[in-house]
Design a protein around this ligand. Structure first.
Ligand code: IFG
Length: 535
């Protein structure tokens, strides 16, 4: 049809605008060419396997739909989780709807079918083409992990909670990914200083970015008892009433704790509660005179010494106390582990300590849970299922390696590699330095599967990065000490050791800077890392 004159020009202009709108909206190549997609090599933890498709890009757009199998409430919830993040930054509707048939032709699909069995329960397969993104997993936890990778393949602006201009390209190709170790944890000491539920939830969101799947809460110590126990109410009310430095302290009601557990579970993170014993128990002993061997309650303690307290291992009441405390905690904790502490029991005779730990293990087992203890517990007789959490500063520990030879699993938290309360360097004001200083190179420069002599890969349950809070009092402090070192420990726990390379890791870590900046995460700009513009 021949159209002449001004009418033609008008029609041509409308067509041109429509075309560019469709391309931009539909993520056409023209719009994406302006922004280089994040490469697969930027993902932290490093993925196990990937095959980029050069020149292929998917663009999230106003017409993008998220598909999940309607039969899975968990998959649908993960779709909603992703949608909430991306709606905030893209401003797009991103509806979550039921996937029909096998593979939706377009949009973002999160499917619990078609994943290779090799990715196990925590892994996933991610396929990106010009028209679709498909995450496949065998279990919802794997879908969630795949979503964390997808987030990191989007521009840092995708983490914004206010609408950004975009565009929103995702590099094309395939990732097949799964973890080296099943347990990748963070620990937060809420006893030395107390942190409200909102702070714990924020930390949960942050560690979830790096596929951490356990959060160990250090709920009791000399300076504070932080969880309400209905059968022993004074523990929280009185034992939780202060903190290091004499502040107001605080504690979680059982509903607070349920909230934390549920929030963590929605991020595929399992809570591991710790009640430290027989040492680190001044808050409990101050709360109930009858728990003390001499029947006299010591005063509340707000200092930072360790090793001066002990439960009365000779009193039957002590074991009734422990049974009732762990009974209530077990009922509130869906995860498999209860942590009994066991560290620095300098005020407990070794023979009494061993008998005590052996008895406490039986109490925990009677409540259907598996014991985790600081590695000091290998000086008792660990149950076959008991996990020893290594916190030493040496690469040789004969008692731990002997236990490992007998089948004890070891959770690796070497204090001079994984303790996030260690200073970065001599100029760091927060933190301690008794185990040395730890910057990125030290946090990353070890192999959990070969670190302790006599404790080989098959004996290692995984890794955990503890953050003790004698000097930490706010979310900003937590973030400063945890980032960028927690992602290093998370990568050691997730990625194949074949991907271990400090130079490549520091580049990957640098690329996280702009994301943390957009998130308002108060991280330390380690001088060992080159932080790109916008970090
Ligand atoms: N050691 C103590 C912690 C804490 C820590 C600070 C363990 C297992 C030093 N026990 O680490 O209570 O005070 O870095």
């Amino acid at each position: 049809m021949k159209i002449g004159g001004r009418r033609y020009a008008r029609v041509a202009l409308v067509l041109a605008l429509a075309t560019s709108a469709i391309w931009t909206a539909g993520g056409g190549n023209a719009a994406q060419a302006a922004v280089t997609p994040v490469p697969f090599s930027s993902v932290v933890p490093a993925v196990a396997g990937s095959a980029p498709a050069a020149g292929v890009t998917y663009g999230i757009s106003a017409t993008t739909t998220i598909y999940t199998e309607s039969t899975s409430t968990e998959a649908t919830a993960i779709g909603g989780y992703l949608a909430a993040i991306l709606r905030g930054s893209t401003g797009y509707p991103l509806p979550v709807t039921a996937a029909t048939g096998s593979t939706p032709a377009a949009g973002i699909s999160l499917l619990l079918s078609g994943a290779p069995s090799s990715v196990g329960d925590q892994g996933y397969q991610l396929d990106v083409t010009a028209t679709s993104i498909v995450v496949r997993a065998n279990q919802p936890a794997g879908l969630f992990a795949g979503v964390q990778t997808l987030r990191q393949l989007l521009p840092p602006a995708a983490e914004s909670t206010t609408v950004q201009p975009g565009p929103w390209p995702v590099a094309g190709g395939r990732i097949v990914d799964s973890p080296r170790f099943g347990y990748r944890g963070a620990m937060l000491d809420v006893a030395r200083h107390f942190f409200p539920v909102a702070t714990v939830k924020r930390y949960i969101d942050e560690i979830a970015l790096y596929k951490v799947n356990y959060l160990h809460l250090h709920l009791s110590d000399d300076q504070g008892w932080r969880i309400a126990v209905n059968s022993w109410p004074n523990l929280a009310v009185y034992g939780g009433s202060t903190a290091v430095g004499g502040g107001p302290g605080g504690y979680y009601t059982q509903d607070d704790y349920r909230q934390i557990v549920a929030y963590a579970a929605s991020r595929y993170i399992t809570i591991v509660p710790e009640i430290d014993m027989p040492g680190h128990t001044n808050a409990a002993l101050a709360s109930y005179a009858e728990l003390n061997c001499d029947g006299v309650a010591p005063p509340l303690y707000t200092g930072t010494d360790v090793g001066f307290s002990s439960l009365c291992t000779s009193k039957e009441l002590t074991y009734t106390f422990i049974d009732q405390v762990f009974g209530e905690l077990a009922a509130l904790t869906p995860g498999p582990y209860l942590h009994i502490g066991g560290d620095e029991a300098q005020s407990t005779q070794p023979a009494d300590y061993a008998a005590f730990i052996n008895r406490v293990q039986q109490i925990v087992a009677a409540h259907g849970k598996t014991v985790v203890g600081w590695h000091d517990v290998v000086n008792a007789t660990p149950l076959p299922s008991t996990v020893a959490q290594f916190w030493g500063t040496t690469t040789r520990n004969s008692a731990v390696s002997a236990a490992a030879q007998r089948g004890t699993k070891v959770l690796m938290s070497p204090a001079n590699r994984a303790y996030l309360d260690m200073k970065y360097n001599s100029r760091t004001t927060l933190g301690q330095n008794w185990a040395g200083v730890i910057d990125v190179k030290t946090a990353y420069g070890w192999d959990p599967g070969a670190y302790l002599s006599g404790v080989g890969e098959s004996s290692v349950l995984g890794v955990e990065a503890p953050l003790w809070t004698e000097t930490i009092t706010s979310l900003a402090d937590i973030e400063y000490m945890a980032f960028p070192r927690l992602p290093a420990i998370a990568e050691l726990g997730w990625s194949p050791y074949s991907t271990h390379d400090l130079t490549a890791f520091k580049t990957r870590l640098g690329a996280q800077g702009p994301r943390w900046h957009v998130m308002g995460l108060n991280y330390y700009h380690s001088t060992q890392v080159t932080w790109p513009a916008g970090s």
